[in-house]
Write a protein that binds this ligand. Structure first.
Ligand SMILES: Nc1ncnc2c1ncn2[C@@H]1O[C@H](COP(=O)(O)OP(=O)(O)OP(=O)(O)O)[C@@H](O)[C@H]1O
Length: 535
């Protein structure tokens, strides 16, 4: 019989192997009811696998699951949902061309939720949205929503199914700081009414800020479970990685040289006629990291795509791009031509643009560089050479498992990112375009990726960094440009600015021309509905 202190979730001896990879080894975990429980661990430590077992995506090879004190076999996600478990995935599982309402009721029409009438479902959805401050338009198509709003739909979907336990896998990776704050308010509210929340994150700041307890995984094992109030970021980092980690970027002042990239009046109007870039002028010099700060959706993606050689289909472009003094074509170029010209590109979305998920790691390491001379023997590609090259990159970047034959989709998110970064950085491009370099990446790997970016700069290369993580922009950049609504709102030196100052520019307000007393609107991507606020 469940009593008040019966844990909401108890895992005993859970093991799961994928071929030779032991993703989970005899995991024990106890999550008290009405708490927020953090799970941290390096990329590939087995966090997502464990949660996928709890959600019925995978069957464990061994072990037992108890929900509310009762043993349960979770054979599929319907069983998990019936047991009161809801999951918000890293990559949302919403149907893009369905409405919010359709997505929320999809799959919920079984058992206790017998085919509700649409009107009743709408009423219930609106009630939940109001009660939990998760406002979204029930009739909006998912594809029209910002990622923050799509995440609201995922949470609403779980609440609609009456989840008592909510699992969130890296929920803030795609959110702006204001959106993340809002999400945390919601999670605290849910906890305070007795729901149990599991939060997987790589951000130790979030762990310290919001969790009650935290469990640490390393290489498939659970190595510690502690009260958050009794630990520190440094202690957690060490538990995770097994060594001390530098939690800040160590770099000497930049010594910029000649301009590598010059942009003049770059404009882009997309296929729907929306002006996404409204005349960008920027210079990036050799030996310099220029960080672009901004709320996602203000033109950074378009800027990277154009420079990387694949602007959105149907877009109209104007302006000039010069690389080391030479004009580059605005269009009619592609990613390979840009790479030949000396531009490396780590795209923001590794799964869509950075990798071919069904291809092996070694094939992905040649992706975009397949015409490089060392990868070809006469008219044929030299697979052995590409494989050997990939093996070296995988080892140097500590990609786990270090298996070049594994398909990209079978690596954990952070290891996928390392594959893309290794491919681009190791080519020593004159200009590296790098979007969200450490999204979903563990702290050990962040330290490593940051070092490699700084090393590239120190070798006299130019780096254009786009990140929604203000901390990352502040730590890595030699100079910061803030984008808002397709324009550069202002430039700052990291030492001469604050996150408040940058936040104003990110919201489209120049603090230099606004009286200090005037209210600053929350940073928000244009096009998200004002009623809902920044998530
Ligand atoms: N379907 C699969 N087939 C083969 N191997 C897999 C599969 N899913 C996961 N793995 C492997 O299992 C291990 C654990 O992966 P998992 O995704 O659980 O890690 P994680 O801790 O969630 O990592 P990240 O923080 O990078 O998301 C990794 O080595 C991964 O490559």
């Amino acid at each position: 019989m469940a009593t008040d202190d019966t844990p909401a979730i108890e895992l005993r001896g859970i093991s799961k192997a994928f071929g030779p990879v032991q993703a989970n080894k005899g995991i024990d975990l106890m999550v008290p009811r009405g708490t927020i429980h953090g799970i941290i661990g390096e990329n590939g430590a087995g966090k997502s696998t464990l949660m996928s077992i709890l959600y019925g995506f995978y069957r464990p090879d061994a072990g037992e699951i108890l929900i509310g004190g009762r043993p349960i076999v979770i054979s599929d996600s319907q069983t998990a949902i019936r047991a009161g478990i809801g999951m918000v995935f890293q990559h949302f599982k919403l149907v893009q061309n369905f409405t919010v309402l359709e997505n929320v009721i999809l799959g919920a029409e079984d058992g206790r939720l017998l085919r509700p009438s649409l009107a009743r479902a709408r009423g219930e959805l609106q009630r939940l949205a109001r009660e939990y401050e998760l406002q979204v338009d029930p009739d909006a198509l998912i594809e029209e929503l910002s990622v923050g709003h799509q995440q609201r739909v995922e949470i609403l979907k779980a609440l609609y199914r009456q989840a008592d336990i909510l699992i969130l896998d890296e929920p803030t990776g795609v959110l702006t700081p204001a959106e993340a704050d809002h999400l945390f308010r919601i999670l605290r509210g849910l906890r305070d009414e007795g729901k149990t929340i599991i939060l997987i994150t790589h951000k130790l700041r979030e762990i310290m800020q919001i969790t009650d307890n935290v469990s640490v995984m390393r290489r498939g094992e659970m190595v510690a479970s502690v009260k958050t109030s009794e630990t520190s970021p440094a202690a957690l980092a060490e538990l995770m990685v097994g060594r001390k980690v530098l939690l800040r970027v160590d770099k000497a002042p930049a010594t910029p040289g000649a301009p590598v990239l010059e942009l003049r009046g770059l404009r882009m109007v997309d296929a729907e006629g929306v002006e996404r870039l409204r005349g960008i002028d920027l210079d990036i010099r050799a030996g310099e990291i220029l960080g672009i700060a901004g709320v996602a959706g203000n033109g950074q993606t378009q800027l990277l795509e154009i420079l990387g050689g694949y602007p959105e289909a149907g877009a109209r472009l104007e302006g000039e791009i010069r690389l080391k003094g030479q004009p580059l074509p605005l269009s009619g170029s592609d990613g390979r031509a840009r790479r030949r010209a000396g531009i490396g590109h780590v795209p923001e979305d590794r799964q869509v643009e950075g990798l071919i998920m069904d291809f092996s790691a070694w094939e992905n390491v040649a992706f975009g560089y397949q015409d490089a001379p060392e990868f070809n023997r006469g008219p044929l590609m030299d697979h052995a050479a590409i494989r050997a090259d990939a093996q070296g990159k995988i080892e140097r970047f500590d990609v786990r498992p270090p298996n070049p034959d594994l398909a990209a989709k079978n690596f954990s998110g952070g290891n996928q990112q390392k594959i893309v970064v290794a491919r681009e950085v190791e080519r020593n491009p004159d200009l590296l375009l790098i979007g969200q370099p450490t999204r979903g990446v563990d702290i050990g790997a962040i330290e490593f990726i940051h070092k490699r970016i700084v090393a590239l700069r120190d070798a006299g290369k130019a780096v254009l960094l786009v990140s929604v993580e203000l901390d990352e922009i502040m730590a890595l950049s030699d100079r910061i440009a803030v984008m808002f609504d397709g324009r550069i709102m202002g430039e700052r030196l990291p030492k001469a600015t604050t996150s408040g100052d940058l936040g104003c520019l990110m919201a489209g307000v120049d603090p230099a021309v606004v009286p200090a007393t005037e209210a600053i609107p929350p940073a928000q991507a244009p096009g998200t509905e004002p009623g809902g606020g920044a998530v």
